[in-house]
Design a binder for this molecule. Structure first.
Ligand SMILES: NC(=O)C1=CN([C@@H]2O[C@H](COP(=O)(O)OP(=O)(O)OC[C@H]3O[C@@H](n4cnc5c(N)ncnc54)[C@H](O)[C@@H]3O)[C@@H](O)[C@H]2O)C=CC1
Ligand SMILES: O=C(CO)COP(=O)(O)O
Length: 334
């Protein structure tokens, strides 16, 4: 049996550990920051704070000891907030098994550098790109933890790596496909969070389906223009990791990015929203670095720019919708 490590026992790390442990070929160990969470997983097979009502596989073990979790792992899945990954890797670096495949489950860019998580893994932990993989798709954790049928994508420049991850991360209710467009797969997950915040805002304001469908569609055109300019394949942006994830996240009450947007739309300030969010809403931290990257390449991102104005308290959320549905250039399918 292959030993697999999952780092981060929040909602996605725990869910993904369950996905992996529900494949009988894997022996899975989960790293938790908190002792109480590791104890609850080991004794009650539950993680009540993050996945209420979900029974975890009895074979899933948890520990707060990084060395114990990483030792002998052939695949290491990372599921911490994007803004903490650099520090985590600096701390764990020497404990990462030399030949292990390292998989990013995260959907954010680093605030200060604009780097995607696969780039942080390569630069900070010195992992060769052939051993790096990203997994992304329409993957709301609570639905998957409840074993609702779902698909995802494993992407790596190495066929061997993406195939190994897809095999490990598939079971009766979860199917992982493969592609080699790492940039598109990763940007799909990052950028849909920003559109989900925009749709949450107009939902909070009280607009209906026409406004939201318009923003979702114009949003897809906007994020596709950005991702393609950075080397993504247009096809990826209409696949599971692009359009698929945009649909899942934009409208779901389970989405933290949608929820954060909704609070902004109801008039809460960014500071209040951050205080009320118990879980990670990556979109809030990714807006500024994505706009910086857009500026570098001269790409117009009208929807994301309006979101930034609302986050900065410079635009009343009530004024956002008209701007979001006109003014975008470069239509993809209009
Ligand atoms: N929850 C979901 O449905 C999905 C989440 N993701 C992505 O997975 C990543 C993780 O998100 P979630 O698990 O949902 O977030 P979460 O907020 O549920 O959990 C975050 C985990 O990271 C830990 N953590 C927080 N600060 C830390 C630090 N400084 N060092 C180490 N660990 C720290 C927390 O203790 C917690 O275990 C994000 O990038 C998110 O976009 C991707 C797909 C689905
Ligand atoms: O990435 C996700 C679904 O694919 C989870 O979305 P949130 O981070 O907005 O909850």
């Amino acid at each position: 049996m292959a030993k697999i490590a999952v780092m981060g026992a929040g909602s996605w790390g725990t869910t993904f550990a369950k996905v992996l442990a529900d494949n009988p070929a894997n022996q899975v160990m989960l790293w938790a920051r908190r002792d109480d969470i590791a104890d609850e997983i080991n004794t009650d097979n539950r993680n009540g704070d993050y996945l209420p009502g979900i029974a975890l596989p009895k074979t899933l073990a948890a520990s707060t000891d990084v060395a114990e979790v990483l030792s002998g792992a052939t695949q290491v899945y990372l599921s911490v907030p994007s803004q903490s990954l650099r520090d985590n890797l600096e701390e764990w670096g020497s404990l990462l098994p030399k030949d292990a495949i390292v998989v990013s489950l995260m959907k954010g860019v680093e605030k200060d550098t604009g780097l995607r998580m696969s780039e942080v893994i390569e630069k900070v932990a010195g992992v060769d790109p052939s051993r790096i993989c990203v997994v992304s798709g329409p993957n709301l954790s609570l639905e998957i933890a409840a074993e609702e049928p779902t698909a995802s994508v494993a992407s790596s420049v190495s066929e061997e790596t993406r195939t190994a991850v897809a095999e490990a991360a598939s079971n009766e209710y979860f199917t992982t496909f493969t592609n080699k467009d790492v940039i598109g797969t990763e940007f799909g997950g990052i950028l849909k969070n920003l559109i989900a915040v925009a749709i949450g805002i107009v939902n909070g304001v009280g607009y209906g389906q026409n406004t939201k469908a318009s923003i979702m569609t114009r949003g897809l055109a906007e994020v596709t223009r950005f991702a393609v300019a950075y080397g993504a394949k247009e096809k990826t942006m209409v696949g599971l990791a692009g359009l698929g994830d945009l649909i899942a996240t934009s409208e779901s009450s389970l989405s933290r990015n949608h929820k954060a947007g909704e609070m902004l739309g109801k008039g809460y300030t960014l500071r209040e929203v951050q205080r009320r969010m118990a879980q990670t809403a990556e979109g809030l931290s990714s807006v500024a670095p994505i706009l910086q990257l857009a500026k570098t390449k001269g790409i117009s991102m009208p929807i994301v720019e309006q979101v930034q104005l609302v986050l900065d308290g410079k635009m009343n959320p009530r004024d956002i919708a008209p701007h979001l549905t006109h003014g975008a250039d470069g239509p993809i399918g209009e």
